[in-house]
Design a protein around this ligand. Structure first.
Ligand code: UTP
Length: 480
């Protein structure tokens, strides 16, 4: 049957005006279903901003200007008795627990990324990350949420941001696993927006097929708008949620809820921070972590590639790095803050440009192109760019072994292998704290693989009431 959906003349004119007429090159040869899908995709994009995006991010690389008077950001040290800034740990924890126990805290996971570096076939949250159990990342978080829900006497809602590329697969995964025992109605998966990917040389929007524009999720910074647009904020307000515990889907050991961090963020209650962050001390100057800095009294994260290396190498008299505080993308956010930004017509976060390999077609011939080198520009927003918009924001130091075991790459740094090793290091440390011996190899590392599940312990002190072996056999693999 010949296709009947006509091309609106007004749309053709708009696309011509922004120099992207190749998008419609194959329209006459498309089926009605393909035409409808292309028209819907075009409707969802802001065509009019395309020329300025090409000018600013494709034809030119945005230049970075170091803010005047840039300083390392102040932070609450991991050791609350540290002389540089002592703080009331018990008070902060009590305040955090009060919020958790009164049902005001929800978890928020950003899981819309493409996970290209890992190269796993499926949403990254489905990746089997448990060091021994091979439990998927989503299950590791679900078990923590279940344990916190039991303790607080409130079902802790869980908001998960997906993207059009992995939404259906994510929802199907949760359904297939019966929501890992959590009430289905306490989990809300919602989709973030997308941006077109651009040809690096011509600036034209890339096509992934004759009827589809190549797009990429608009970055974890897209979460601010998506939380509002999806109705998640409305849902939070209905449930009385005031505070979000934000984390990324690929950090297997993240504490999905941390009372002391939530307490520091929200004390004193009348001048609570709006968005707060956890940091770890950078291990060495070249480590690729964004750095918490402050300028004009505002906290901001500066990407490691933007901060001059001489500054990153500067040392304090005690030998520690002056710019020390590396971001691990763990935040606490006020629901009111997110809503304030998302409903402000003037609000937008800057784009960051990345050169990537984007499979596409040649619009003239329809031939498939699987590039061997980066051919495309992806534009993403980063959530930490909301930090300077906060009226108040705190940074809290944590310990790498305790809560930073990311899975980014298939091997080497930040890989499944390093993640398993970190889970074992943490478990060994927790076991030793309650007097259980863990065998070490010649390098002084645990000579075993151990995973402590969240139903056994959320923190080391929980182990004192758990049933545990007296010793860990050398070479063993244990889930406790
Ligand atoms: P990364 O920046 O590591 O990107 O995301 P990625 O897409 O997972 O992996 P690569 O770069 O393609 O290999 C950090 C976190 O932000 C989420 C990811 O799901 C991950 O939890 N994210 C990233 C989104 O939710 N949306 C995005 O558009 C990008």
């Amino acid at each position: 049957m010949p296709a009947t959906i006509a091309l609106p003349a007004e749309l053709v004119a708009r696309i011509d005006r922004v120099g992207q007429s190749h998008i419609l090159a194959a329209y006459d040869r498309l089926t009605d279903a393909e035409r409808a899908s292309l028209l819907a995709q075009l409707q969802s994009l802001n065509l009019e901003e395309i020329p300025s995006l090409i000018e600013s991010y494709v034809r030119h690389k945005p230049s970075f200007t170091l803010p005047a008077g840039l300083q390392p950001a102040p932070y609450f040290p991991n050791n609350p008795a540290a002389s540089q800034r002592s703080w009331d740990q018990a008070g902060a924890r009590a305040r955090g627990l009060e919020l958790i126990n009164s049902g005001k805290v929800a978890c928020f996971t950003v899981a819309g990324g493409q996970g290209t570096r890992l190269g796993y076939d499926g949403p990254k949250g489905c990746y089997p990350a448990g060091g021994v159990s091979r439990k998927p990342l989503f299950q590791l978080f679900a078990e923590q949420i279940a344990a916190w829900s039991r303790r607080s006497g409130h079902v802790i809602p869980w908001y998960i941001m997906t993207s059009p590329l992995n939404h259906d697969a994510t929802v199907a995964f949760f359904t297939r696993h019966n929501f890992f025992g959590l009430p289905a109605e306490s989990i809300m998966c919602f989709q973030q927006g997308v941006m077109p990917s651009f040809d690096m040389t011509t600036g034209r929007v890339l096509m992934s097929s004759p009827s589809e524009i190549a797009t990429n999720p608009d970055g974890h910074g897209g979460s601010i708008a998506a939380l509002h647009k999806s109705g998640a904020i409305t849902d939070m307000k209905r449930r009385g949620i005031t505070t979000l515990s934000y984390f990324q889907v690929d950090n297997a050991t993240v504490r999905v809820i941390d009372p002391a961090f939530i307490g520091l963020h929200s004390s004193p209650a009348d001048s609570s921070a709006e968005m707060s962050s956890k940091m770890i001390p950078k291990a060495y100057p070249e480590e690729k972590l964004g750095l918490f800095c402050s300028s004009g009294g505002r906290i901001e994260v500066i990407e490691y590639s933007d901060l001059p290396m001489e500054l990153q190498r500067e040392r304090m008299p005690d030998g520690s790095l002056r710019f020390l505080a590396g971001s691990i993308a763990v935040h606490v956010m006020g629901v009111a803050f997110v809503e304030r930004l998302a409903t402000d017509p003037a609000f937008s976060l800057p784009f960051h440009r990345a050169e990537k390999k984007v499979p596409c077609i040649d619009p003239a011939t329809g031939a498939r192109i699987d590039p061997a080198a980066p051919n495309g520009i992806k534009l993403e927003r980063f959530v930490f760019d909301a930090l300077p918009l906060c009226r108040a924001s705190i940074v809290y130091e944590t310990d790498r072994i305790e809560e930073f075991a990311p899975i980014k790459n298939a091997s080497g740094v930040d890989s499944p292998e390093s993640c398993t090793k970190l889970q074992t290091l943490r478990a060994a440390r927790w076991l030793r704290s309650v007097g259980i011996d863990v065998p070490l190899n010649d390098a002084g590392e645990p000579d075993c693989t151990i995973e402590i599940s969240a139903s056994t312990a959320l923190e080391p002190s929980d182990l004192s009431s758990a049933r545990l072996p007296r010793t860990v056999p050398r070479g063993s693999s244990l889930v406790l």
